[in-house]
Design a binder for this molecule. Structure first.
Ligand code: LLP
Length: 388
């Protein structure tokens, strides 16, 4: 069950807030570890941008995963949460000097470098800090993905990574640098990918690139394929767990790792999306001539995905079991895009009903904003809710 408490229990807390089902999170992690245990060369760095809630991080840490960061703030948070800095990797096209210095200060495991000028700055700052930075080159593989255009990252028009045509030259540059140590290649083609063929295309590209490295006698310890595995937003009750089996089978069957190489992953969404729901309350039901609006107290400031990407999250009225009606579910923020769903079927709804927006554990709480001077959302788990 995605949401364990009853509406009456959920309703005792001020809404809107995030509810996290820790049991589902742990089941998801267990099923992921089960698949990963089939190959001792696999290493997971959880993409903390998906969800940095302390409850989530506690489970991630107990699982023994490292952390994939994209900012100095995320590095500091992960270190303060107790993660081993050696298990932290740092990607991003625009790493500021202070962020690189933060990574050097903590002694993180690897910088995923996205351009030549960035490589030069890291080498320079590492020199000043009397240290050597481990680096992977993030290569743009020019591989597309069947997902929302805003979350495709691996095409040559995207801002991410080093053009694969430049890879050999950049590797040659790293070999002359004294304060960087090249340990691998990094890739990430996009997010919410459910077509395994996209990951197969990435494997094929990496195989080609590795053939080129073999010819030059270059050996690298790490291939990092990023994250991107999608989840079922339409039927979270039927598929609360992602298809980790197919995901890892793709890499086992299609990627040719070289002797001694490790395969690193950076899953975010697949681990945390289904365990989180945004719990809201109905403020008003407005009956217009051509539409019925359910106006809830949750908005795009707590969950921006529908407004930003047109994303669909399943919505449930946990308080009503009356006959179904057709509604638009909207938030109170002064933006026409503050809409969670149009023309959906919900049991007849009234003021005070508890409405849950499902599959909101990934890129929900972390993307919250204070627009309209709204407070950032709080979060509760079953322990908090059952204790009331
Ligand atoms: N590694 C890198 C380098 C990334 O850029 C990302 C996500 C990940 C790993 C984790 O990807 P995941 O396994 O979560 O798909 N806010 C958007 C998603 C943005 C993803 C950004 N990068 C959304 O709400 O759909």
């Amino acid at each position: 069950m995605i949401i364990k408490p009853q509406a009456s229990q959920l309703g005792r807390f001020a809404t809107p807030y995030y509810y996290y089902n820790e049991e589902l999170l742990q089941q998801t992690i267990d099923s992921l570890k089960q698949e990963m245990s089939k190959d001792s060369r696999y290493v997971m760095h959880y993409a903390i941008k998906a969800n940095a809630n302390p409850v989530v991080l506690k489970h991630i840490q107990q699982a023994g995963f490292g952390i994939d960061c994209v900012s100095g703030g995320e590095i500091a948070l992960a270190c303060q949460a107790g993660f081993d800095p050696k298990l932290i990797v740092f990607a991003g096209v625009g790493k500021a000097d202070w962020e690189i210095e933060t990574g050097l200060k903590y002694g993180i495991g690897c910088f995923n470098v996205e351009s030549v000028p960035e490589l030069e700055v890291i080498n320079q700052l590492a020199k000043q800090a009397h240290t050597t930075a481990n680096i992977c080159l993030r290569i743009n593989p020019n591989v597309g993905a069947h997902t929302h255009a805003n979350i495709v990252t691996g095409l040559s028009d995207n801002k991410f990574g080093i053009d694969m045509a430049h890879m050999m030259n950049v590797i040659a540059m790293t070999q002359k640098m004294e304060h960087t140590q090249l340990i691998g290649l990094h890739f990430h083609i996009g997010s919410q990918i459910v077509e395994m063929d996209d990951f197969i295309a990435l494997c094929n590209r990496i195989n080609e690139l590795q053939d080129g490295l073999d010819h030059q006698g270059i050996k690298l310890k790490i291939i990092n394929v990023g994250g991107g595995l999608g989840i079922d937003y339409d039927n979270p009750d039927i598929h609360p767990l992602p298809d980790f089996k197919s995901f890892f089978a793709v890499y086992r069957q299609n990627l040719q790792l070289r002797d001694g190489q490790e395969l690193h992953f950076e899953l975010g969404r697949a681990i945390v999306a289904q365990c989180g729901s945004l719990i809201t309350r109905v403020l008003y039901v407005k009956d217009n001539t051509n539409k019925k609006f359910v106006i809830i107290d949750g908005s795009m400031t707590e969950l921006i995905r529908p407004a930003l990407y047109g994303a669909h999250h399943k919505i449930k009225n946990l308080s009503s079991s009356k006959a179904a009606e057709t509604y638009d579910v909207v938030g109170p923020v002064c933006e026409s895009s503050d809409v969670f769903a149009t023309d959906i079927s919900l049991p007849q709804t009234q003021r005070g009903d508890i409405i849950a927006i499902l599959s909101a554990g990934a890129y929900g709480e972390t993307m919250a904003s204070g627009y309209n001077q709204r407070p950032l959302p709080k979060s509760y788990t079953d322990n908090d809710i059952m204790a009331e």
